[in-house]
Design a protein around this ligand. Sequence first.
Ligand SMILES: NCc1[nH]cc(CCC(=O)O)c1CC(=O)O
Length: 315
Amino acid sequence: MEARVIKVGTRQSQLALTQTGQVIRQLEELCKEHQLPYSFEIHKIVTKGDRILDVTLSKVGGKGLFVKEIEQALLNSDIDLAIHSMKDMPYELPEGLAIGAVPKRLTPQDCLVLKDGYSFEDLPQGAKVGTSSLRRSSQLKYARPDLDIQWIRGNIDSRIRKLETEGFDAIVLAAAGLARMGWEHKISTLLPADVCVPAVGQGALGVQCRSSDKSVMELLALLNDHDSEVTVAAERSFLGTLQGGCQVPIGAHATIVERVDSKEVLELTGIVGSPDGATLLKSVQQGTDPVQLGIEVARQLLDDGARDILAKIEG
Ligand SMILES: NCc1[nH]cc(CCC(=O)O)c1CC(=O)O
């Protein structure tokens, strides 16, 4: 086996660099264990999403704001491997690229970071809650129409700073991002997945490479976590069937409820909301084929009214 320096592309936010470091350490362990003579080199890449961090994402539109430049670098062979937050990945991958591994997923749930000891239930009437996601605001408004939901953007660390400096009572973040940063202690409460269905792929990472790069594909197969792969596959199939971008409140959450022989039974919850929080459509179904399950939950919601919501938003 030939020695090789594997070039790893990443965004340069604190979270992206932290999670990239964590994955590289896991890959180094696997290389040691399987006697693979690879080493890793980090390449930082600025994406369009990073350049416009002060603009509301749903106003920017477009899919893959945080991944396009990185995928291009893979296709050009400027890098060999890229580590993404799965929830930033559009459903469709460019020809020639593959997700070689979904490492073990952390909790997919959202959480509240509160100014002081409230829980979600006893947040005061009209509390000011910060989020930058239509999915979160739509579900929170549905559960608590009184909340004063305000847009907040920026990286996790700057959002937490704004909690103090801009007078929010609470902000909503993915628990996994905080956990990866070692900031679990900032999580005041997890939002139950039935109150706030997480984003497709939230809590999971996707490690992308060129499909033709046999040695990297084989290395990534060692890193892949089967259960994480199949739950994310069901959620992404749901997303792909709906064809929604970030202008639409869409969420999905898959779990493994049972194993029959070596086949797992998945349960998938999908939601589509109207941006004003007035309508929230939900479907929960079980199945053994992740892709088929995603399609079925999406079709159910389309028939229940999601088709109209999506058509209205796309205008
Ligand atoms: N929207 C940005 C983003 N992309 C990935 C994460 C971290 C969580 C994850 O890896 O799913 C976050 C922060 C957040 O939503 O709070």
